[in-house]
Each structure stands twice: as structure tokens, then as C-alpha cells.
Design a protein around this ligand. Sequence first.
Ligand SMILES: [Fe+2]
Length: 476
Amino acid sequence: MTSAATPLPVPDQPSWRKAFREFTQEHGYQPLRVEGQLPRELRGTLLRIGPVSFGVGGQRYGHWFDGDGGALAVRFEGGEAQGAARRIDTPTMRAEREAGKVLYNNYGTTGPLWNRLSGKVKNTANTSAMTWNGRLFALVESTVPTELSLEDLRTLGETDLDGAVGPSFSAHPHRVEARRATYNFGVHYGRVTQLNLYELPDTGAIRRLGSVPLPGPTIIHDFIATERHLVFFVSSVRIRIFRVLLGMGAFSDNFDWQPRHGTEVLIIPIDDPRRPMRFQAEPFFTWHFGNAYEEDGRLTVDYVRYPDFGSNQWLAELKDGPASSDAQGRLSRSTIDLKERTLRTEQVSDRRCEFPVVNGLRAGARHRYVYLAAHSGPSAWRGPHDALAKVDMETGAETVVSLGKEHHPTEPVFVPRPGGSAEDDGWLLSQTYDATSDQTYVAVLEARTPEAGPVARVWLEHAFPFTFHGTWVPAR
Ligand SMILES: [Fe+2]
């Protein structure tokens, strides 16, 4: 992987590396110290999910994505906050802990020979949180959801939602306000790789929309939904799937970047999923989308784009120290002409960033602002994010905010102000690791004026490893 500029040297043992140690200080809700002033209208719970244990029995996992999941919750009410933090407990994680060794092949970790053909998938429950019908689920894309208690974060158990989902359910469901429904997918590997599509209405039963064949065994981490379409960018990654199914190495050992395939732009009408539109574009890779909307036969899609799949290596290495390369993701906007079947792309900013989010009330509809976790500059590219950013997609103006020296924020979660109407009227909540005090806090920023810095920081009494994704549950 190459970069446009040479990153500055990063120490082998940077202060943030401590954030990648096993989390053991579990607790239910307890009062948290608030620094600054919490807005009284901020009422609800921030939920975060991420890997909190990075090995078993002395063996370090091969990739950040293999870490055993944990949940963090911070509840805001009346200008005060309470926090809970727990490890998630699935049967496969428990089996490995009890055996004191790796038992299963995983994303970047190879299990013992005798168990590789069992076909068993470890449920790490480590990627994102979804609430639906008053229930909370921890998601990982390789298998089924794990239900957690909203009361105290304890694990209730794995679920296929009454047989509706499986064998996998992506960690990136997207709710479309106008349809009062959440959409998601799962990739099923077999003789033909299939994309299974799901609709979860706000009220009512989950529904399988259909299945669409993919051009080959590949990795799809996220997609985006508009009011009428589900949009996928199927990259040039191909998986030597028979080697994976035969237990010959972990997933990550069997990825091939084959740019000759290009990117398949796959657009599925929600109301007619048997008639997908698909065409080829240039090769690129995407982990995460921010939003998409449709106007005059054109789809506008905002996402973080990579020239290739090199970021997978960056993600594998980060938990053990500075990555050997920079992650390269840039906020990009693509316009899809549905009639011409073309994709035109513009890089919005040269800043390295990830985890694009918008005000969820605009999901699937036209938006103006995108919020991200970002890298402040070249010396930071090989470590975790060290800034938050707000990008005005109309003017291109970018606001970048550092929360403090050696402070590392994660994906911002946008919380709309109750009764507010402006798109950026609300708050950004970001779980942040302060490497100087070895403690984690949740930063609360006014989304209209993030440059003013946090209006409040809610401190945990301990560190909590970096989480990938989260959600907001408003108080009733
Ligand atoms: Fe993700």
C-alpha cells in the first residue's frame, strides 16, 4: 500500500496501545462524573459495541475483528449520567474461554486443525448495536444477532429472530425514516454466494425481502438504503471460499484483490427486489456508507472510499501497535445515474477518516452534513483516529476538532435535539480514550458548533477498548 505523503515516525509502544488490552471491569449502571454541563434535553442511552478481549490462553487473535465483544452504555437524564460496561457472553466465546485456547477459525485467526472442518462460526458479537421493537442486539456480520438486556447489558442469548434471519445478519442495518422500517442483509457463501435481504418494520414482524446472487464470494460490510432502493458496492475482493470452507486458513488469509472485476454497483428496488439493476464501475473498496438519497433519477451516495483493500491490513495491525501503512479512506460522493447506469465520483476531502454518519432523521433523504472520526494529519495515520470532523456537503467546508492531546474519539453518534428542525440541531456523542489518564469518556458536542469543543465529558472510572459502532435510544 502506498500513500501520497510519508507518515512521520510513530513510537512502537504508543500511549493508545493500552486501549487494546482485555476489559475486565464489568459493572451495571452506576453514576458517572460529569465534567462541564450536560444539556438537560439530552435524555436517552448511548450504546456502543466493540471488541474488548484480544486473545485467549496466551494466543493473541490475528485481527482486530476477531476480538470478543463487549457493550458500553451511557444513560443521560436530567443533566446527569450513568454508565454500564459488560463483556458479551456467547456459547462460542465461553467455550474458548473455558478451553483456554482458540477453538474456531475466524476472520483473521486460525483455529486448531481438528476443529476447522466443523463449520462452526464463532459469535464474537463485536461490531454494532441495533434496537428494534424495544429489544437490544449486538451484531457481527458472520452470524446471527445476540440479544442483550437493555436494563443491565447482560447477555440474553443468540437469536435468529424466530427463524427469520440467518445464517448471517450484517452489523449494518439502516433505518429509513420515511418507510418506518430498518433494512439489512446477510451474505451466504456456498456454490453461489447469495445476498439475503431483510426488512424490519418499526412495528410488526421481520420479513425476508428476497435473495440476490453476487458475482463471486466477496466481503460486503455495509450498504445504504434510500426511500426506494438498497444500494451495494460489490468490490473487487474475492475470497478463495473453498479453502475457507475446508479450514485452510482464516478468512483474511484467503482474500484476493482482483481489480479486473471492478466494482459492481448493485441497486435493489425495495418494492421489487427480484429486479435488481447492476453495472460495473472502476475498482475501489468501501467499509462504511454515510447516507444516500434519490432526486430526478439520480442517486447521491456519501461514503468513505479506499483505492484497494489495503486497509484490511491496517485494521489487523492496529491492535498491536502502529499500523505499517496509512488507512487511506477519504470521504467521497458518488452520483449514480439510474437511466445511464453510470457512477461518477468526487473525493470530498483529502483527510483520512472513517465512520461517516448523518442525522438519522435524514437517513434515505437529502442531507447536508456528514460527521466522521478523522485523522488530524500524517503523524496520526498509523494510529487510531484523533479528531472528529463535520463536513458541509454543500459548501465543502470541513470542521476538524481535536478533543485533547492523545485523546482518541470513536465514531460520532448524532442525537437530534427534541423539537429541533435544523439538520445539525443536536449533539455528537463520541466514546473517547484519553491515553494520558488511561480512561474512557463520552464527549458531548453541539453538532452546530463542534469547533467549540465538548460541552461536557462523561468519565468512566476505567478504560474501555475502542468500539466500532453504536446507537442512541431516546428516553421514553
Ligand atoms: Fe462497520
